[in-house]
Structures are given as structure tokens and as C-alpha cells.
Design a protein around this ligand. Structure first.
Ligand code: ATP
Ligand code: MG
Ligand code: FE
Length: 336
């Protein structure tokens, strides 16, 4: 089964060809980061317009790189939520047009199901059930993947997503957008124990997260230094903040792993490419004697290969969408 997958939920226009759910034949990503950087974040209207400009070219390139044509494709997979409505609509309209013209089945995919499914690409032995920590720009979910397409959300953030916190702290210390990779890099020069930023644990909800406190603590620390006329060390702030976030993510995840008695744990989403988080999770999993899975960085941030993988499992489970498929900006995980 060959799936042509399309992703346009935020600021990357992406297309991929995926064979039998695990083999990525092509993975083309056109990022708009340079465009949005000027504004310090994603501007929805600009994102939609750029998707329209790029999408045909990206799809053609994905087919070309995979050395196939539309005649070889068995189904079209597309992200239809959650995300920016205007951005999602570009991918959904494109997918519907191709599916209609080529008389192909259409499979709408949940973006976060895509992020989780990225783990299947390079870990051919990975199968549900397993636990997955999704840490992306808009989500922080601790998910029990019970089966392909069947998810139970054990915990989630009460306020900021992990990636959002990285981006906001990066902005506060003048690193620019997107902040995650820049904090990751600068942290290597800093002391993670220099500043004791808070680790929020939510009473009675051991799997929920809160990152607005640590973000505020960083802002207060910077303002305090400015008022006292003290120079602050940006690398120490970055490293200490990153450590605070990592500690909480590892604690909650390992708590869930033990409680649910699962021996497989995966991470997914843009923040899953963070080197400190990967190292800490690896160590914690080794200590608890469970298998640790993580995608390569290119499959952590937004891409269409992960959507192709998710679409394949939805497809063989019988999911088909009609011509009325619409963008659903707040789509819930597990909904169809
Ligand atoms: P969502 O998937 O929730 O809709 P999104 O698609 O915008 O949101 P992703 O593409 O999964 O999010 O990830 C982008 C986020 O990942 C950004 O917040 C970015 O700062 C963060 N990020 C990327 N690389 C790193 C890194 N090395 N360390 C920390 N954060 C990172
Ligand atoms: Mg992005
Ligand atoms: Fe994403």
C-alpha cells in the first residue's frame, strides 16, 4: 500500500510517500520559519498563503523523490486537525482534489496521531501498547497508545505546552524564533544547576503538567537581575530552564510507566528532539528497564512522513473520509 501524505497544519508545507506504513520513500518539507521569524511567531494568514504557493511543488517533489506517479498511489492521507484553520484547509482541499480526480480513498489524520506514529518509522519492532509523551509546540500529552488508532490521554498540560514554554523563554533571553533548538544549543555552554527554577507537580493529577510557573520564574529572574543591575548568564538560564522542564517530563512519564506496567516508552513532537530530554529519558528508561523509542529529529518536528504512517494504520482499520472532510482546528485525539 502506497500512501501520499500531506501536512499543512502550521508553518511547514510537507508531502511524503510512505509504503506499508513503515517505509518512507520520500519526505519533502518546505519550512516557513524564515518568513515568520520576522514576527517572532507564526502569523496564520501568512502561513495559509505560503501553503497555497508551495503545496503543488512539494507534492510533485515527494512523488518524484519516491520515483512514483499518482497512478501508483493507493490512498491520500492528510492532516485535518488540530492546527491553524486556514493552514489546514489548504492541505485538506488539495488532498480532496487529488483523491477526487484520481478516484482514491481519502484518509484524514489527527496531527498528534502523526507525531506519535513517527516512532514506527525507524523502530520496525515497535507495536502498541506503549506509553508516549507528546511534547510539541501546542501539545504536552502523556498518552497510552493501546492499539493503532486507539489512545487514552493520561495527562496533559494545564497551561503552556512544553514547546511554547521553550519558545517564550527563548524570546525573553533574546534568542529569537523558534526558540527550542536555540535553547538546546545554548544550554550546552551553561550550568543546569545554576538557577533553581521551579518544578511544578499538580496535586492529585500526577500525569498533568504546568509550565507557566517556570516560564514566569525565568522572566522574574531576568527582571530581578535587570533591576539590580546584575549581568545575567543566558546560557545558565537556558540550561537551568531546560533542566527544570526535563525533570518534570521525566518524573511524570516514569510514574506513568510504572503505574501502567508497560515496558515500552516513546517520545514524540518537536521538543522530543531536545538533547537534554532525550538523554534524561534514555537514562530513566534504562534504570527502569524499559525500552525507549524516539524518532530522528527530522521526524520529530512537523513532516508528512509521520502523517503517511498514521494514515496507513487508519486506512487498514477502515477509516475513509468523504468529500465533506473539513479542517477541524480543535480536533480531539482518537476522534474520526
Ligand atoms: P503541534 O504539533 O502541537 O500542533 P507544532 O506542530 O507547532 O505544534 P512541532 O512541530 O511538533 O510543533 O514542534 C515545534 C516545537 O518544538 C517548537 O515549540 C520548537 O521550539 C520545539 N523544538 C524543536 N526543536 C527543539 C529542541 N531541540 N529543543 C526544544 N524544543 C524544540
Ligand atoms: Mg513548525
Ligand atoms: Fe506538530
Amino acid at each position: 500500500i502506497l500512501i501520499l501524505a500531506i501536512e499543512s497544519s502550521c508553518d511547514e508545507t510537507a508531502a511524503a510517500v510512505v509504503k506499508n506504513g513503515r517505509q518512507v520513500l520520500s519526505n519533502v518539507i518546505s519550512s516557513q520559519i524564515d518568513l515568520h521569524k520576522l514576527y517572532g511567531g507564526v502569523v496564520p494568514e501568512i502561513a495559509s498563503r505560503k501553503h497555497i504557493e508551495k503545496i503543488n511543488q512539494v507534492i510533485e517533489e515527494a512523488l518524484e523523490n519516491a520515483e512514483v506517479t499518482l497512478d501508483d498511489i493507493d490512498a491520500i492521507g492528510v492532516t485535518y486537525g488540530p492546527g491553524l484553520v486556514g493552514a489546514l484547509l489548504v492541505g485538506v482541499a488539495e488532498a480532496k482534489a487529488i483523491a477526487y480526480a484520481k478516484k482514491l480513498p481519502l484518509v484524514g489524520v489527527h496531527h498528534i496521531e502523526g507525531h506519535i506514529s513517527a516512532n514506527y518509522i525507524e523502530n520496525l519492532e515497535l507495536e502498541p501498547p506503549f506509553l508516549c509523551l507528546v511534547v510539541s509546540g501546542g501539545h504536552t500529552h502523556l498518552v497510552c497508545v493501546k492499539d493503532y488508532g486507539t489512545y487514552e490521554i493520561l495527562g496533559r498540560t494545564r497551561d503552556d505546552a512544553a514547546g511554547e514554554a521553550f519558545d517564550k523563554v527563548a524570546r525573553a533571553i533574546g534568542l529569537g524564533y523558534p526558540g527550542g533548538p536555540k535553547i538546546d544549543k545554548l544550554s550546552k555552554e551553561g550550568d543546569p544547576d545554576a538557577i533553581p527554577f521551579p518544578r511544578a507537580h499538580i496535586e492529585d493529577s500526577p500525569y498533568d503538567f504546568s509550565f507557566s510557573g517556570v516560564k514566569s520564574a525565568v522572566l522574574n529572574y531576568i527582571n530581578g537581575c535587570k533591576m539590580k543591575g546584575i549581568e545575567y548568564n543566558r546560557a545558565d538560564i537556558a540550561a537551568s530552564f531546560q533542566k527544570a522542564v526535563t525533570d518534570v517530563l521525566v518524573d511524570n512519564a516514569m510514574h506513568a510507566v510504572k503505574e501502567y506496567g508497560l515496558n515500552k516508552f516513546a517520545i514524540a513532537g518537536g521538543v522530543a528532539s531536545n538533547s537534554s530530554l532525550r538523554a534524561a529519558m534514555k537514562q530513566a528508561c534504562e534504570k527502569n528497564e524499559i525500552e525507549f523509542y524516539y524518532p530522528s529529529p527530522i521526524f520529530c518536528t512537523d513532516n508528512a512522513a509521520m502523517i503517511g504512517v498514521a494514515a496507513y494504520y487508519e486506512y487498514i482499520n477502515g477509516t475513509r473520509h468523504g468529500w465533506d472532510l473539513n479542517a477541524v482546528p480543535n480536533l480531539k485525539l482518537g476522534e474520526r
